[in-house]
Design a protein around this ligand. Structure first.
Ligand code: GTP
Ligand code: MG
Length: 217
């Protein structure tokens, strides 16, 4: 088997960085919170979603990207985001904040409902262009992540790994997680072959992610 190297995404060139900056400096508006598949907005624009375990930092990353502190509700309490939250980024894109997975504290029927919705969305949204799958740099890929990655493979949805909370670890710990993530991605055909290391707190990787989002077609 050929193992792809899965490099960390290089710094964007000046044009891509500027495109990202401009797009995110423009309007970003909350559209709606969706609780069932039939509540999804019309599939009429390119869509990017943020998936990951509860508390990994999905909502915080959306806030960091948009430079709006409380656009998406972030919280220390796992299971904060319980709906599929749609944000319109300019006239041509949706950013989608998903409920986390792998959180077992909420009542079981509630958890099952979110999980069904999440899986339905990830496997059945035609305009979903790329899923960013967030991995906590302190913890690496867990079994519940594998389940989601396999679902994305089966649905042929390209996903890109985004390491979060990089400010919380040493360079050596970060390197160990990057390596573990690479080993995982090598087993998933839908993996985009570059990963992004971020900190919503310190701003690492934010310009890179903005550039990726702005230049996707
Ligand atoms: P759910 O909606 O419950 O699935 O969680 P989420 O993935 O949206 O996580 P959220 O953005 O709410 O962040 C969870 C916690 O992690 C919050 O206390 C954030 O302040 C913290 N956090 C998120 N990103 C970072 C980061 O880059 N660095 C640090 N130090 N803390 C972070
Ligand atoms: Mg959230």
């Amino acid at each position: 088997m050929t193992v792809l190297p899965f490099p960390i995404c290089p710094e964007p060139d000046e044009a891509a960085r500027e495109a990202g900056r401009l797009m995110f400096a423009g309007p970003v508006d909350f559209v709606k919170g969706v609780v069932a598949m039939d509540g999804l907005p019309p599939a009429d624009r390119l869509e990017l979603c943020f998936a990951g375990r509860s508390n990994v930092g999905k909502s915080s990353l959306i806030n960091a990207l948009t430079g709006r502190k409380s656009l998406a509700r972030a919280s220390n309490t796992p299971g904060r985001t319980q709906e599929i939250n749609y944000f319109a980024l300019g006239p041509s894109r949706y950013l989608v904040d998903l409920p986390g997975y792998g959180y077992a504290e909420a009542p079981r029927p509630v958890v099952e409902k979110w999980q069904r919705l999440l899986k339905g969305y990830l496997s059945g949204r035609q305009t979903l262009r790329r899923a960013f799958v967030l991995i906590d740099t302190r913890h690496g890929v867990k079994a519940v992540d594998e389940e989601i990655l396999t679902l994305l493979d089966r649905s042929a949805v390209t996903f890109q790994a985004v390491l979060t909370k990089a400010d919380k670890v040493s360079a050596a710990e970060r390197e160990a997680t990057v390596q573990q993530v690479r080993d995982t991605l090598a087993r998933h055909p839908a993996a985009y072959p570059e990963l992004v290391v971020t900190s919503s707190e310190k701003g690492y990787g934010i310009a890179t992610l903005r550039a990726i989002i702005a230049t996707l077609e």
